[in-house]
Design a protein. Structure first.
Lengths: 163, 453
């Protein structure tokens, strides 16, 4: 009896066994193993980790860490602010926000909150700090410059001025 | 060599008996019932009906594979059905959830973009350098998450290698169906150098994805965005992207397959297919050409839908790295020179009397394993004491593995046989096809039933 055929057929049998075990065992193992590797989705999509929260009475504003593009990524650096929950927001929001936490407001963000959740949103941002760019009537043109409603929050991304 | 009694006859084999074919199909029937026959699930009635139809469909196809000794044409029925039914179910779901095939930016930011397998090779370098996944989805949490799809891809690749492209790909069935329509190819002379194009596309897309930190192929070149979901055209760039998707789909998936009778998108363009070819190196199953039997008529080369055979490779007795294990070359060979093969074993066929014992051995093992799964995995695992149920399951699996392993190794080692290689590959590949493709076919059938009923 030669070794190579033994190894060949054993490997084939193991492959068959792997197929049988896939839905019950391997899928879970591989999936958990992949999660355990500690990857994260690119901040350009997620908006980056949340750094702090500013309470505004009935609602609050979450400030995210600024996101900087990689290599040849076409987006500009930006910072994301979340107004949450949408249900507690007034019909018109106009807030001065201290983004960097130095006690001075950096931008004034104004937008209307339509009752229809599918209605398009538009935002005006006045820059009170040259680090943050102003936006007029911005919609959702780019990842780095937008206002969108996601679940229970309204997200505004403000582009940072070039350093 | 041809007069040796140990060698299968040169003529095509007669159909296998119905009883033997049924016995060989029994493991697949059990597997189908396990995958689709759970009466305790909370799915609605239409889902149960579509599951039953799918289980019957997959079992009948496998039965025909066993009875006719032919793989390609029955697999093609499954694969084309998958290619047609996947967009039906998927697009219907998109319209129910968001009212459009376009992915709005909110969905991407929320991480709700379903992860497809195509970007897997594009994610590797950014993930390796910065632990960042350049895809607007979620890692865990649902069946459309990145982790679930990567796990599925890994498991299927272990079992099939590049067989993924013939038994699991959600898109290849469309062009395979189109390629099956004309009786003869209008364009017959194809430049053999074109088969290197997918490697060039793969290299370009991997590097570009690393540079721009986006899955470049999905954003710009995937033809199948035309029949699944695409970036909502919110500006001129989005509009250009969508025009490219439609043009590539029309050219590579409809027009060229019709003219050439080949899977041109897979052969000339698909970077995932090129990436998957690498895993043929670790796959234990392959296609070989018995040079003692082969009169190089090159029927196999003409039949290959993926340009995976050349004169040189036939002369070497092997396929090219891109072989998808669809079985077209094996089925067309009039001298049974093209055979399924397990690496490390011989390629010559063994005598018929000894072969007859093999199906019963496989059946014994399959019935045992099937019973273990049906009565223990489904019954005990859902019991109130899951830890004890798991111990039962592991013990039963251990017994099945030892018993089945001894029988299989004893039955297989003494006499190499291409049909055994085919059967072992098909059991694994078809089980995977039922689990993955079958569930998608069931979803498509449920969608159609939903509209009819």
């Amino acid at each position: 009896m030669k070794l190579r055929p033994i190894l060949g057929y054993t490997a084939a049998a193991m492959t068959l066994l792997a197929a049988l075990l896939t839905p019950f065992l391997l899928m879970g193992l591989f999936s958990n193993g992949f999660v355990a590797l500690g990857f994260h989705v690119d901040d350009m999509y997620t908006g980056g980790p949340k750094e702090r929260t500013i309470p505004m009475g009935a609602y609050s504003i979450d400030i995210h860490r600024p996101v900087y593009p990689h290599m040849l990524q076409t987006e500009k650096p930006f910072v994301q602010l979340d107004w949450t929950p949408v249900s507690a927001l007034p019909q018109h929001v106009s807030d001065a926000v201290d983004i960097d936490g130095d006690g001075q407001p950096d931008v004034r963000v104004s937008f209307d909150v339509p009752k229809d959740p599918k209605a398009p949103l538009r935002v005006d941002v006045d820059s009170l700090n040259p680090r943050y760019q102003a936006m007029q009537h911005a919609g959702k043109e780019k990842y780095s410059r937008l206002i969108v409603r996601v679940d229970k929050a309204i997200l505004v991304r403000i582009p940072l001025a070039n350093p | 060599m041809a007069t040796d009694a140990r060698i299968l006859p040169l003529a095509r084999p007669a159909p296998r008996g119905i009883l033997r074919s049924l016995l060989l199909t029994l493991p697949i029937l059990l597997w189908s019932l396990l995958m689709f026959g759970n009466p305790n699930s909370h799915a609605d009635r239409l889902s149960h009906i579509s599951g039953a139809i799918t289980a019957l469909f997959m079992t009948v196809l496998f039965f025909m594979m066993m009875r006719t000794h032919s793989t390609y044409r029955w697999r093609r029925i499954f694969f084309v059905s998958l290619g047609i039914l996947f967009p039906i179910g998927f697009i219907h779901n998109l319209f129910v959830m968001r009212g459009s095939m376009g992915i709005p930016i909110e969905e991407m930011i929320a991480g709700r973009t379903p992860f497809c397998f195509m970007p897997i090779p594009l994610l590797i370098l950014p993930a390796a350098f910065t632990r960042t996944l350049i895809f607007p989805g979620s890692i865990a949490g649902n069946s459309h998450g990145i982790a679930a799809m990567v796990a599925l891809w890994l498991a299927l690749t272990l079992v099939m290698g590049k067989g993924w492209c013939s038994y699991a790909c959600l898109f290849g069935g469309i062009e395979e169906g189109v390629a099956a329509i004309p009786r003869r190819a209008k364009i017959r002379k194809l430049n053999p150098r074109l088969r290197y194009l997918p490697w060039a596309v793969l290299l370009a897309m991997v590097l570009l994805s690393l540079a721009i930190y986006e899955p470049a192929y999905c954003m710009w070149l995937c033809p199948f965005k035309a029949v699944t979901e695409y970036v909502a055209a919110r500006n001129t760039i989005g509009l250009v992207q969508n025009v490219i998707f439609v043009l590539l789909f029309a050219g590579l998936v409809i027009v060229l397959p019709f003219l050439t009778k080949k899977r041109t998108q897979c052969s000339w363009f698909c970077p995932f297919g090129a990436f998957q070819s690498i895993f043929n190196k670790i796959s234990i199953f392959e296609i070989k050409i018995d040079q003692a039997r082969c009169k190089p008529c090159l029927l196999c080369q003409n039949a290959c839908p993926n340009l995976s055979l050349s004169k040189e490779s036939v002369a070497r007795g092997e396929t090219l790295l891109s072989c998808m294990k669809c079985g077209a070359c094996v089925d067309i060979c009039p001298r049974q020179a093209v055979v399924w093969h397990i690496k490390g074993t011989g390629i010559q066929a063994k005598s018929e009397p000894a072969w007859r014992r093999f199906p019963y051995i496989i059946c014994a093992v399959s019935v045992l394993i099937g019973c273990v799964y049906i009565f223990i995995a489904r019954g005990l695992f859902e019991a109130s004491n899951p830890a004890r149920a798991l111990r039962f399951l592991l013990a039963a699996c251990g017994v099945a593995v030892i018993f089945g392993g001894i029988l299989i190794v004893r039955g297989l080692i003494n006499a190499p046989n291409p049909e055994r290689a085919r059967l072992m590959f098909l059991y694994g590949a078809w089980a995977m096809a039922i689990m993955f493709g079958g569930s998608i076919i069931a979803q498509g059938i449920a969608t159609i039933l939903h509209f009819i009923v």
